[in-house]
Design a protein around this ligand. Structure first.
Ligand code: FE2
Length: 359
């Protein structure tokens, strides 16, 4: 059910310090911590001695000390100390996972360790570029991560679910164009000319007159999503649009729960700290609304034995259906070759992005 040979987001760099953080990815329990030299370590959350979680222990001078009998393990996973004895059992080893830090994120590789190539990390430079300012957040959702991908590939729900922030009748009423790029990325494009700005856009634009709005839902299997949104007053040029590129970075926790790391980069009012907080709050509210629906949907699906969806396909399902097809193709590739990898492609192009003037 899960793609293994790819990098998944394991956390924000800023949240991993010299203390143990316990998380589960793809049903694999791990601990994350940072050495005094600054390297992030991800190891199995399991003491090889008595099999209790190492997360019940503590970090002692760059070694993880098991909370049960005090055995210690170094950053390579090797046993470094056994209380009451001199010799160290060589076979007593904690499993390590390949880890990387890029774009202010910590990444984990859960597939074949010797093919974990950092060149396969998706380009998410918007998360730490000086040309963009980012609002960030995290949400844990008790739903199958594929339902989150479906949600992000069919944004017509904004009209009904997100009325208080980004939704308006124009979203569901505007047709979409769907393209598939390089067998890796689905794009669902929608234009909404000459509309009243939904509340969150009125706030970020500081403008309540008519706007032109577009959005592109971009999905790269298994769990990288961007929702490019461009808005500008109807009397101004599209080339000077205010652009936000929300990134929705999904890592399955279990079959029915998902880590949702998100960042909302914008190309305007870069130094406006108050706007960063306002966007953070507005987006968090929006994603809480998604969570409510997704958790109910997951429970309904489980109660019905996980039937395939949609039961009735309508036009806006084209994006999610294409997303599921890409995922199925990657899964098939790994089934045929357990060492297959899936090179990422570019999500969006910055070459035509210009910082817009303040309104
Ligand atoms: Fe939503």
């Amino acid at each position: 059910m899960w793609i293994k040979n790819c990098w998944y987001v394991a956390g924000f760099s800023a949240e991993i310090g010299q203390t143990l953080t316990a998380r589960k990815f793809l049903n694999q329990a791990v601990i994350l911590w940072r050495t005094s030299a600054g390297n992030v370590v991800i190891m199995e959350d399991r003491c090889p001695h008595r099999l209790v979680p190492l997360s019940l222990g503590t970090l002692v001078k760059d070694q993880v000390q098991c909370g049960y009998h005090g055995l210690r393990f170094d950053e390579k996973g090797a046993c470094a100390h056994v209380p009451g004895q001199e010799t160290l059992p060589k076979s007593c080893q904690v499993k390590l996972f390949p880890v990387a830090e890029r774009h202010s994120l910590v990444w984990i590789w859960l597939g074949e360790a010797d093919i974990a190539d950092k060149a396969l990390i998706p380009d998410l430079h918007w998360m730490d570029s000086p040309d963009w300012t980012v609002s960030r957040g995290y949400l844990r959702i008790n739903a199958d991560y594929r339902l989150l991908n479906d949600n992000l590939l069919d944004l017509s729900h904004e009209t009904y679910v997100h009325k208080e922030t980004i939704g308006s009748g124009a979203v569901a009423d505007s047709p979409v164009t769907v393209t598939v790029d390089g067998g890796r990325v689905v794009r669902v494009h929608r234009e909404m000319p000459n509309i009243d700005p939904p509340p969150l856009f009125a706030l970020v634009l500081n403008h309540t007159g008519k706007i032109n709005r577009w959005q592109v839902a971009i999905h790269m299997a298994p769990g990288i999503n961007m929702t490019e949104a461009g808005v500008h007053p109807v009397e101004t040029d599209r080339a000077l649009a205010h652009i936000i590129r929300p990134l929705h970075l999904l890592t399955p926790e279990t079959e029915h729960s998902t880590h949702y790391f998100w960042g909302v980069p914008r190309n305007f009012r870069l130094d406006d700290a108050e706007l960063t907080v306002q966007l953070q709050k507005g987006v968090a509210h929006t994603f809480d609304e998604d969570r409510d629906f997704l958790e109910i949907q997951d429970r309904c699906l489980q109660a019905e034995g996980m039937p395939s969806i949609p039961q009735t396909a309508v036009k806006v399902d084209v994006g999610p259906v294409q997303g599921r097809r890409l995922l199925a193709a990657l899964l098939q590739r790994e089934k045929e070759d357990p060492r297959a990898v899936h090179p990422p492609v570019a999500l969006a192009d910055d070459s035509r992005v210009t910082m817009p003037p303040a309104l």
